[in-house]
Design a protein around this ligand. Structure first.
Ligand code: FE
Ligand code: CA
Length: 545
């Protein structure tokens, strides 16, 4: 049993870094764009107006906060979206159907005394008045601060940073997160991530959930209700994104560091695969839904124009380099996969086909990844992806009853064993120095060694982060977990509480701290580290520390 703590204890976290403190102290203040600070002699970027341009909006348009993402050694994407009425029925956030001029500013200090870049973007109702500024020409391994302005309204201040130079082995502190269900709990985990102020935050999917109000309730309480119906139109998806983005804890996490994001299934609908809906009812309209969902996802995420969807397709697999220390291969395990095995069956009660042609990534992405791994000279090669990679095949269900042998969750890599084997062969052939996989989706923490295909010896480590809120407060261990662990000794650790992973990567080691919160059904629960694992350079496999 856990002891109830006072509601305000979550605020007193002595691990709060100086940087986070500085950020929070300043973002609350009313910093003004000082005309004198708007860079005499500084580069000034002005994009072409799309339509008539307004400089005024009726009320504060910065209700969705600010964000940054896609850091490189010399660039970053800055994001905001104007939405004076974020939940407006038409999905346009209370904005009119004409373009609005948005000024932005990037500085070397949180007080904006040393501005380095300024510019003006013109919003477009066709992209929901979102703003994606791609800034380049910046210095490597540097912190920057940014803000936006429309008329006399000013956005909160965001902190961001660039990646180190190509030869750098400077350490990286990253956070790994996934699966934030609005109704299932408060986004306390995001607040703790914001307080920790990592260099980069990964969101590995299920950034929001598409279901209607009170669909799929958790064992603990429904703490707040989804706006609108089950998402299927562009305005549905836009409103859902906007509702989530009104959360102050999520806003704090976006404002503290650049994000690297990959969507999973719930950004469109549960368990979809390739061009196939999971719900038979949605089969005829699935690509229309995906087109709308991808459009809204791009509009609301700090992504580059290169990821802007074209029809029902979105370019999501990509590489993010952190100096010579790490190359992150961000995967798209939804858009190109074959339909799940045993379609129509109860999801976990199935033994999938080993048919060689079944694919998880699709041929083009598989080839791209094999090539990227072969070319990589990074100290650490890390896959940032959605669904569990290591096998949890078992002979027991959640109640401990016998089920057919090799029963798996067919939505995970276990459902695509031939594709997993091919990926592991490519990893082996690439002769990587160190290999790790970051995963979300399954709403539990796992720490696992990745067993080699032939000898079963560890090839690397899989770090699976639990959900931010999905499934509500911590769950008791289902009886298949110990059964799976007995069968798969590489599965070192399981935790059914909500949480996130703090990853500390250096030239010498990868350390993963598994953070948990006891409850998300009440706000402000404190953060604690339930377990820590380490993988040393050149020694594949995890060691508990
Ligand atoms: Fe999820
Ligand atoms: Ca998922």
């Amino acid at each position: 049993m856990t002891e109830r703590v006072r509601a305000d204890e979550g605020h007193h976290d002595n691990s709060v870094s100086r940087r986070a403190f500085m950020h929070r102290g300043l973002s609350a203040g009313a910093l003004l764009f000082a005309p004198a600070a708007l860079g005499r002699g500084m580069p000034h970027e002005v994009s072409k107006p799309l339509r008539s341009v307004a400089t005024r909006v009726p009320t504060d348009p910065f209700t969705l906060g600010v964000a940054s993402g896609e850091p490189t050694a010399d660039g970053i994407v800055l994001w905001t979206r104007l939405a004076p009425e974020p939940l407006a029925d038409d999905g346009l956030g209370g904005m009119a159907h004409h373009s609005v001029a948005v000024d932005w500013q990037l500085a070397e200090d949180p007080g904006f005394r040393r501005p380095v870049r300024t510019g003006t973007e013109h919003t477009d109702p066709a992209t929901a008045h979102s703003v994606h500024v791609e800034v380049d020409g910046l210095a490597p391994a540097r912190e920057y601060w940014y803000r936006f302005r429309v008329g006399h309204y000013q956005s909160p201040v965001g902190r961001t940073r660039t990646a180190p130079a190509a030869t750098s082995l400077a350490p990286l502190f990253f956070a790994s997160s996934s699966c934030a269900h609005w109704e299932h709990g408060y986004f306390t985990v995001y607040r703790h991530i914001a307080n920790a102020a990592p260099d980069v935050i990964f969101c590995l999917g299920d950034y929001y959930y598409e279901g209607g109000p009170h669909y799929d309730p958790p064992l603990s309480a429904i703490v707040r209700t989804h706006v609108g119906r089950r998402c299927r139109s562009l305005s549905d998806y836009r409103r859902r994104h906007a509702q989530y983005k009104t959360d102050p804890d999520l806003q704090a996490a976006h404002a503290v560091a650049p994000w690297l994001v990959v969507p999973d299934d719930h950004e469109v609908e549960n368990n979809w695969a390739g061009d196939h809906a999971y719900r038979p009812k949605d089969a005829h309209r699935f690509l229309t839904m995906r087109t709308a969902a991808y459009q809204a996802y791009w509009e609301h995420m700090p992504l580059r124009r290169a990821s802007q969807p074209v029809g029902s397709h979105m370019q999501l697999f990509r590489t993010a380099k952190w100096g010579a220390l790490a190359t992150f291969h961000l995967l798209d395990t939804r858009q190109f996969r074959d339909a799940q095995a045993c379609a129509g069956g109860e999801m976990p009660l199935c033994s999938p086909s080993r048919k060689e042609t079944r694919t998880m990534l699709g041929a083009a992405q598989e080839a791209w990844l094999a090539d990227g791994l072969t070319r990589s000279r990074a100290r650490w090669d890390v896959l940032a992806q959605q669904v569990m990679f290591c096998s949890t095949a078992r002979d027991f269900n959640g109640q401990g009853a016998m089920v057919p042998p090799d029963t798996v969750n067919v939505d995970c890599w276990d459902g695509y064993p031939a594709a997993r084997d091919r990926l592991l062969s490519n990893v082996r052939a690439a002769n990587l120095r160190n290999f790790a996989v970051l995963t979300g989706d399954v709403h539990n923490h796992w720490a696992a060694d990745i067993p080699g295909l032939i000898d079963g010896l560890p090839m690397g480590a899989e770090l699976v982060t639990s959900s931010v809120t999905s499934r509500g407060d911590g769950e008791p261990e289902p009886r298949w977990v110990p059964a799976a662990q007995r069968r798969h000794p590489n599965l070192h650790y399981w935790d059914g509480r909500r949480g996130w992973i703090a990853g500390h990567l250096t030239a010498e080691r990868l350390r993963a701290d598994y953070h948990v919160v006891q409850r998300v059904s009440t706000p402000f629960w404190p953060d604690s580290v339930a377990a820590s694992f380490e993988m040393a350079d050149g020694l594949p496999g995890l060691r508990r520390i």
